[in-house]
Design a protein around this ligand. Structure first.
Ligand code: SF4
Length: 330
């Protein structure tokens, strides 16, 4: 049972969510394609990135089979999620791209996205830091793009911090890409990663930065509030995970800081539904009937029927949505 300031914060956030989005809880049926798990960064919490020799890049046959499985299972979204510009660091990957007839990862993503569109799926891509020209190219086939801001804390990118070996996690670099996506008017997903060592004032500063971007450009559709989860084999395997109270406060802060037309999303495989709803969340993001959450492999997606029943017991109705939101709050 919540008490005190967190309870008041959650109540205000829930009321705000109810006014803006009603008691509907949306989700996007997706198929998840980790095109390559090579990445030029090394974030201390990441279990997705693999070393050369243990890496995997999806070949066109695998892309095709995965897309078809998604389509057959009724998915509408094809999520392409991968590491940052691996061709700049790994010669064997560069050679693999050459063999496939692509000059860059973005080229390969455009081809894969085109195939997704042909199969009736809507691609959404999160490929790390992209130039404006790469974003323009990707938008030939994608309906939206994404980049988690994660945090604006420069402290966490200093020596000893989780982003010290991840130059693309420099907040200025990420804010610049978000600004460019805004100038281009690209429907965009961003978000915060909660529990990697940021303070609450730093979390608030990050959410305010997203709000200012959103107000300047109006292209940010949704903000993900994602809790850190510890993975075996990473440098942060023993780092304490944020508890329900910390996550609930983060969701509530996001709902109260972001304007009403921005959807607040949190994944249902990383925390209990009641926590997400009590915090003021209105969306669960992509859930896949055919592919795992490759970023958090130990955390399986919950079954939709079970989630629907749980949501209903909590006073919410679950609804499918497309990767691009067809509405603003109201
Ligand atoms: S940038 Fe993403 S994929 Fe690369 S190491 Fe960091 S979290 Fe992992």
């Amino acid at each position: 049972m919540l008490e005190g300031p967190t309870s008041r914060l959650a109540r205000r956030a829930s009321q705000r969510r109810d006014r803006a989005w009603g008691r509907r809880l949306t989700w996007s049926p997706k198929v998840f394609l980790p095109l390559t798990n090579l990445c030029r960064n090394r974030c201390d919490y990441c279990a997705f990135r693999q070393r050369p020799g243990q890496d995997h890049t999806m070949l066109p046959d695998e892309v095709e089979a995965t897309l078809q499985a998604g389509r057959d299972a009724g998915c509408t979204e094809a999520l392409f999620c991968l590491g940052d510009t691996p061709e700049s660091m790994f010669p064997h990957y560069r050679a693999q791209l050459d063999e496939l007839g692509h000059e860059s990862t973005v080229d390969y993503l455009v081809a894969a996205g085109r195939r997704a569109v042909e199969l009736g799926l809507q691609p959404h891509t999160n490929a790390g830091i992209l130039s404006s020209s790469d974003m323009i190219r990707l938008m030939e086939v994608n309906v939206s793009l994404g980049l988690m801001l994660e945090t604006t804390s420069e402290r966490l990118a200093e020596r000893g911090g989780p982003h010290a070996a991840a130059p693309d996690k420099n907040p200025a670099v990420r804010l610049r890409m978000l600004e460019e996506a805004g100038h281009l008017g690209i429907p965009f997903t961003t978000g915060v990663l909660v529990g990697i060592g940021e303070t609450e004032p730093e979390l608030i500063e990050t959410l305010v930065a997203i709000r200012e971007l959103s107000r300047r450009h109006g292209n940010i559709q949704e903000v993900i509030v994602q809790p850190f989860r510890a993975h075996a084999g990473t440098r942060m395997a023993d780092w304490p995970e944020p508890d329900d109270q910390v996550l609930l406060r983060a969701i509530a802060l996001a709902r109260l800081i972001l304007d009403d037309d921005v959807s607040i999303q949190s994944p249902p495989n990383l925390a209990g539904l009641e926590v997400l709803l009590d915090g003021g969340c209105n969306d669960l993001g992509g859930i896949s009937p055919v592919t795992p959450d490759f970023i958090n492999l130990e955390h399986a997606w919950p079954h939709i029927a079970g989630l629907e029943a749980e949501a209903e017991a909590l006073g919410f109705r679950m609804e499918r949505r497309l990767p691009v939101y067809g509405r603003v709050a109201g």
